[in-house]
Design a protein around this ligand. Sequence first.
Ligand code: ATR
Length: 261
Amino acid sequence: MAIPVLCGSLSKFASPLGAAMHNAAYRAQGLSWHYVPFEIDDLRAALDAMRTLGIRGLGISMPFKLEIMPLLDDVDPLAARIGAVNTVVNEGGRLFGHNTDWVGATRALEEQMAVSGKRILVLGAGGAARAVAFGVLERGARVSIANRTQAKATALAEEVGAEVVAWAERHDGPWDVVVNATSAGMSEVDPTAPFDVRQDDVMVMDIVYKPLDTELVRAARAAGATTIRGDRMLLHQAARQHELYTGRDAPLAAMDAALAI
Ligand code: ATR
């Protein structure tokens, strides 16, 4: 019988979604692996435990995505440029940091269309927006950034080589794709839509997944635009974690079904 392998997540407030997706993936592939979400305060001690116990992989949530970086043995170059690690892989006691959020965002878009050459407006300039902007630039998109606090948009755009669009002028495209990478639309933050959809030929992706049908997604759908909801990025970033942990392709259908429950 195979020795079980443990993976999990580190966060201040655990969510059941990662466990649902990853455990479904293990079941679908007949792996005797288990995923446990850990609620922690002491990140350094948790990483020591990862080494000591031989935990294979851990997902990292806010607020640990930034402070974890100097505690690791190595960080993937793009994760280092994004400035955030959301995944740690234990390679025989050496801890490697990755960022699967950017993979999740680009794969969610690429399910619908090729990203290269597209005019993409990214709303936001925080950690999530950085992952999205770096990801779509990596795939050859023409990226513009708009943020409520203009100075942060300017700083990010200069860093990545994107254009800045004034927050007040964000609605006036033409855009091929608009990605909401702000927290606007989250029920507990501000449920209003951060963008007025004025074109029916635009694709609108929201990375907010609480609720799944954000005001932005509803408005975009009503305007006849194609929409991508926040669960697609969530699914694809977890799929990339599965690939990194197990070395196998992710069983997407099984993971997707687990997310829908
Ligand atoms: P995350 O890591 O999830 O991106 P963050 O770094 O706190 O979180 O960034 C939150 C982003 O959402 C920021 O771009 C923020 O805009 P500001 O830089 O102006 O704060 C944006 N944001 C949050 N609430 C918003 C709202 N109600 N309307 C528009 N943008 C909002």
